[in-house]
Design a binder for this molecule. Sequence first.
Ligand code: ZN
Ligand code: ZN
Length: 388
Amino acid sequence: MLARATQLKDEFVAYRRDFHQHPELGFEEVRTSGIVAEYLESLGIEVTRMANTAVVGLLRGAKPGRTVALRADMDALSIPQQNDVPYKSVNPGKMHACGHDGHTAILMGVAKLLSEVKDELAGNVKFFFQPAEEGPGGALPMIKAGAMENPHVDGVIGMHVGVNLPTGQIGLKAGPSHAGTDSITITLEGKGGHGAHPHSSVDTIVAAGHLIVALQTIVSREIDPLGSAVVTVGTINGGYRNNVIAHQVVLTGTVRTLDPEVRASMPERIERIIKGVCDTFRCKYNFVYDKGYPSVMNDPVMADLAEATAQRLLGAENVVRTANPSMGGEDFSYFAEKAPGIFLRLGAGNPAKDCVYPGHHPYFNFDEDAIPIGMAVMAEAALDFLKQ
Ligand SMILES: [Zn+2]
Ligand SMILES: [Zn+2]
């Protein structure tokens, strides 16, 4: 597969550059999904459109067997592109700064590779081209629309480019690999007044100051130090001018966790501290905890399978078991809740090509030499899964 993918490289680099030049935001991937659907149909793959702009391809093997789903995301970010490449974004304010253009091209390449061997396939391969990974999330609407059924998906494989690994390497991790990503909004209500007369007011600025500090004790004093959590207050808004006591302060933040039990405990921990601070400083509050993506839980058996595949293709020295998960989020997690899953990191860092900036950076780019590697690893991992 690696030899064949290398032969096909130019075709899929061209697709990647075309997507890069025409980035589309979540649930607006009309052009991208149209190209994907047309391409899959040209390979004789059954295509279903769902969840606005999602595309699901189904390649039925000649022999019966299990079904594996391979997933790519297609959406771009609302970031104005700063780096100069010949295929720079023509859509103002939009950029493929997370490599989803590459994921889409790679999965199209995998569809090509596997459709060439479908006579030998025992089982089915589904190709998930997902919208809106960057938010509000396309995986869950796809599952609700039936992507994991007919035929039922027995295992799911996803992949993300990363410039923190050099081209030629694959990274993977059993267990949690990405954090659950929740958001909080806290509104403190007090009583406004003249800055010179604090005794006849209820100052929400002072309460907010104590609250922000007290919230830090959830991670430092309540969560097991060997576990992981993040409580970040990202915005604080309140007040009018220097000599006015603010009657209201609104804080927003993000809560990241790896362990589902820790995640489930966070609303109570946060609200207990808000309530305590508000009791102390005579405020009222409103607290909203919005659940985002759950943490990605990689299945140990799927991790072993993908590791063996990657080692065979790239050599054991080029397959890295990453020790630490990322506290970033990924809605691949929803697919991995429904079937055993593995989310792979595809090394695509290359300082010689300036592919060093992290995802979501306006100079982000990844090494296109990783495209045939990603194609081959995904295709062979799918074949290995179906042979089990
Ligand atoms: Zn991203
Ligand atoms: Zn991404």
